[in-house]
Design a protein around this ligand. Structure first.
Ligand SMILES: C[S@@+](CC[C@H](N)C(=O)[O-])C[C@H]1O[C@@H](n2cnc3c(N)ncnc32)[C@H](O)[C@@H]1O
Length: 309
């Protein structure tokens, strides 16, 4: 099938989570995941070499998403799908427990500054998620030129008690073929790998599962003055926070631009307040959707509450 070059990237905000992978790939097959695939060489090569498996990639860079889709199309691969979303979020929200065979991270951004530490994959929650979504005897593998990053990950993996065999080794030559691997080796660096096989299961809480309907609230009357004053107001929830960054008016409708943050997962979206025959409808705007997390649902309810007369 000759697909459109942009049809390999899925917008999971429109789906019920966890994702029904059988309907995404039109078949049942083992799942393999890569977080932060960059130019996509590794994921595309794996998918080419193993046509009987399904491959899922996560990236936060739009350029990477465009580049990999061109590669997938040129190779004519039907077994790869990619998502533009934080890999830790995608791993937790898109997959059932014990559903993935292998998870790879190659040359993750090390975020060496203390103020950026929270962006690293080396955190306990990440390891818990990996231990939840991997199948028993499935494995996690991370490679980096930064030795402390690999050793930090190995320590977290060991402390979780979910992995039986944990191997750490040094690579003296290019083995994965990714852009960053080649870059660091061309500068005389080496790389390190940690690989761990899952033996014990872990449960993690999901933020978005089971939510089919878009959050919405009907209100009888709206205080437009209050609504217009919402700009730059911050609202706190036990799970995080949201800020109204802008309020835009058109005939019979107001659009509120929102930025939310929960456990460092940031989303930007719109909430609309629309005049209906019998009142007003406050809802997530379908043109700029968000994952229906606790704070996103809270933002719709809270806005409806504060603008009601
Ligand atoms: C240093 S590059 C390595 C790319 C590729 N794996 C390689 O080896 O050439 C790190 C990549 O991870 C992506 N990235 C950073 N944080 C991410 C996250 N939380 N989830 C998914 N991808 C992420 C970046 O956009 C970038 O493309």
């Amino acid at each position: 099938m000759n697909k459109n070059v942009f049809s390999y990237c899925i917008d999971a905000k429109k789906l019920t989570l966890p994702i029904d992978w059988r309907s995404v790939f039109n078949r049942e097959a083992e799942l393999v995941v890569e977080l932060g695939f960059g130019n996509g060489e590794f994921l595309v090569n794996l998918a080419k070499e193993n046509p009987s498996r399904n491959y899922v990639g996560f990236e936060t860079s739009l350029t990477s998403i465009v580049k990999i889709q061109k590669k997938i199309q040129v190779e004519g691969l039907e077994n790869v799908r990619v998502f533009i979303v934080d890999g830790q979020f995608g791993l937790r929200e898109f997959f059932e427990d014990e559903s993935i065979q292998e998870i790879y991270v190659n040359f993750p951004c090390p975020w060496p500054k203390k103020s950026h530490e929270h962006r690293r994959f080396t955190n306990e929650e990440f390891v818990r998620i990996v231990a939840a979504v991997l199948k028993k005897n499935g494995f996690f593998q991370l490679t980096s030129d930064v030795d402390w990053y690999v050793h930090d990950m190995a320590k977290l993996i060991e402390a979780s008690g979910c992995f039986g065999e944990i191997f750490v080794w040094k690579n003296e030559r290019v083995v994965l073929g990714t852009r960053y691997e080649k870059k660091w080796f061309s500068q005389g660096k080496v790389s390190f790998t940690v690989k761990a096989v899952k033996v014990n299961h872990r449960r993690v809480e999901r933020w978005t599962w089971g939510e089919i309907t878009m959050p919405h609230v009907h209100v009888k009357n709206v205080d437009v003055e209050k609504l217009l004053r919402l700009k730059e107001q911050v609202f706190h929830h036990e799970r995080g926070v949201f800020v109204v960054k802008g309020v835009y008016a058109s005939e019979n409708e107001y659009l509120l631009r929102i930025v939310s943050n929960e456990s460092n997962f940031q989303q930007r979206y719109f909430v609309s307040v629309e005049k209906k025959q019998d009142g007003w409808l406050v809802k997530l705007d379908p043109d700029a959707l968000a994952y229906r997390t606790y704070v996103v649902k809270f933002s719709v309810r809270k806005i409806a509450e504060v603008i009601t007369t």
